[in-house]
Design a protein around this ligand. Structure first.
Ligand code: DC
Length: 222
């Protein structure tokens, strides 16, 4: 039976993950955070002294698995649960870098397509609607101004020790936007048939509701 596939793309910090997770849980779909795959590869790359060595090792020595524990996605790299380790600012930047390499994108393409063939998914990333799932049942492009995204991130982190400043976060977001939108292979862009949601002035629940309404309209789910 054909599975239902919903693609959510957009820039870093637009709220894709938390929104996709919530919508998936409402619908009983599998939520797939494809950024975690790129982040795990970024972590893998730190074990190698040069890009050449890293790319040579990728095919044979980088085994990634997604596992779900009570709806929470965990990512395993060569048997280790690296779910927390991949959430550092260094790995964010590195993921943005390695994701520009055609070898890395090729390596992950079939993994993502296979998951979508097997399960009803809400998959979030940068090229899901344009490259990974061009025939998705619904495509959303979720964005917000860079300032709003930096400010949301700042509020999430401000109580943590060594929390970055708002200016640092804004700079990082702008840098990642630039990298993600200007790479030669599968750059971040809105698919022609994607619905644009600008969440700059919208709350979390408002965005979830809008997406759920679109899904209901498009798919006639009962
Ligand atoms: O969504 P995220 O911030 O966890 O993603 C980390 C990096 O991975 C991001 O800077 C761009 C890259 N990425 C990508 O190129 N394509 C995807 N489908 C998902 C993420």
């Amino acid at each position: 039976m054909k599975t239902i596939n919903i693609a959510i793309d957009g820039p870093a910090g637009a709220g894709k993950s938390s929104i996709a997770r919530e919508v998936a849980s409402e619908l009983g779909f599998v939520y797939v955070d494809t950024g975690a795959l790129y982040r795990a590869i970024a972590l893998f790359s730190t074990e190698y002294a040069s890009r050449r060595e890293f790319l040579n090792a990728l095919e044979d020595d980088c085994h990634l698995e997604m596992k779900y524990f009570g709806g929470t996605q965990c990512i395993f790299l060569n048997g280790d649960n690296v779910t927390d380790k991949i959430r550092t600012p260094e790995i964010s930047m590195k993921a943005s870098e390695v994701s520009a390499l055609p070898e890395v994108r090729e390596f992950l393409l079939e993994t993502q397509k296979d998951i979508a063939r097997e399960y009803n998914v809400i998959m979030d990333g940068r090229d899901i609607g344009t490259v990974v799932l061009p025939d998705a049942d619904l495509k959303i492009y979720l964005t917000a101004s860079a300032e709003e995204r930096a400010s949301r991130r700042y509020l999430e982190l401000e109580d943590k020790p060594d929390a970055p400043s708002y200016e640092q976060l804004l700079e990082e977001i702008k840098q990642r936007d630039y990298n993600d939108m200007h790479r030669a292979v599968s750059p971040l862009k809105q698919a022609k048939d994607a619905v644009l949601i600008d969440s700059t002035t919208m709350g979390f629940h408002e965005v979830c509701e809008e997406i759920l309404d679109l899904i209901e309209e498009r798919l006639d789910l009962e």
